[in-house]
Design a protein around this ligand. Structure first.
Ligand SMILES: Nc1ncnc2c1ncn2[C@@H]1O[C@H](COP(=O)(O)OP(=O)(O)O)[C@@H](O)[C@H]1O
Ligand SMILES: [Mg+2]
Length: 262
């Protein structure tokens, strides 16, 4: 099913040893006079963990919205598992195995935690019992099993972040897009999410994460893509990117990041 990349459509980051799962090519999006994403090209390999970082307003969340079909690009292409996503609706893209979390979380507060996750699992399993069984399995995996019967509205911030993750996981993704799932958490809570992401990746899920918590990015990501004013200004292994003068310059004055522990 997967069409092989040919030399003409192959993005510059192609690496022979790893099959490409996500291929973002020359993606652009403008909001009125603001170029939010400009000619963005990068890839995520099968089973890889890639971090998308950059100062506030750099276009990271917009890139996620373009990839997941919530926004249509002005130009450029997104391919997932060899398939062009152009014109597909978010739920159609999700059904192909691409799931995202939202920076602005939106659980249904009056529904129980398990019901919230069942909204996701019902997309894969029509049978309600099976959907519930899957939802509980996901909650156990992410450590929210004991909260399954509580209304989502009573969860703490850290628990809501994990519920957001559970809802994405409930759709059984091959690629998970995480938008700041660690922001606002304590160090201990952050560490739990890092471990969780690592465990998900070990069972084969590729991860693309937007994250301001640099400690987490540095320990998780195999590769980092840096955005500034909508453009990719650097890409590479974590150590190289963290020492790149263009990256350091882009972050100067970004309070949220410069305050974060190294
Ligand atoms: N729907 C929108 N309409 C207009 N401007 C937007 C919209 N979404 C984002 N923007 C603007 O686009 C830029 C990039 O935003 P965003 O992708 O949220 O950045 P990031 O996630 O990197 O902080 C910001 O200047 C933001 O104000
Ligand atoms: Mg954002």
């Amino acid at each position: 099913m997967t069409e092989p990349a040919t030399s003409s459509n192959r993005p510059p980051t192609f690496r022979r040893e790893q099959a490409l799962l996500l291929e973002v090519h020359n993606l652009s999006k403008r909001f009125g006079g603001l170029q939010a994403v400009k000619d963005l090209t990068f890839t995520v390999g099968e089973g890889e963990i890639v971090a998308l970082i950059g100062p506030n307003g750099a276009g990271k969340t917009t890139a996620f919205a373009l990839i997941s079909g919530f926004l249509a690009p002005d130009s450029g292409t997104v391919r997932f598992a060899g398939r062009d996503l152009r014109g597909l609706k978010p739920h159609e893209i999700n059904a192909l195995g691409l799931a995202r979390t939202f920076q602005i979380m939106r659980p249904f507060p009056r529904l129980t935690v398990v019901r919230n996750v069942m909204i996701a699992t019902l997309g894969r399993h029509r049978d309600t019992r099976e959907a519930e069984r899957r939802a509980r399995a996901v909650l156990d995996e992410i450590g929210l099993g004991a909260k399954a019967e509580l209304p989502a509205g009573v969860l703490t911030l850290a628990e809501r972040k994990r519920l957001e993750l559970a809802r994405a996981l409930g759709t059984e993704p091959r690629l998970l897009l995480l938008d700041e799932v660690m922001s606002g958490l304590t160090d201990a809570e952050t560490e739990r999410i890092v471990e969780l992401v690592r465990a998900l990746n070990r069972r084969g899920i590729a991860i693309l994460l937007i994250e301001h918590v640099m400690r987490a990015v540095m320990s998780l990501a195999q590769r980092i893509v840096v955005l500034n004013y909508g453009e990719r200004i650097a890409e590479g292994r974590p150590e190289a990117v963290a020492n790149d003068p263009r990256v350091i310059e882009a972050y100067l004055g970004d309070e949220e990041v410069t305050r974060a522990p190294a």
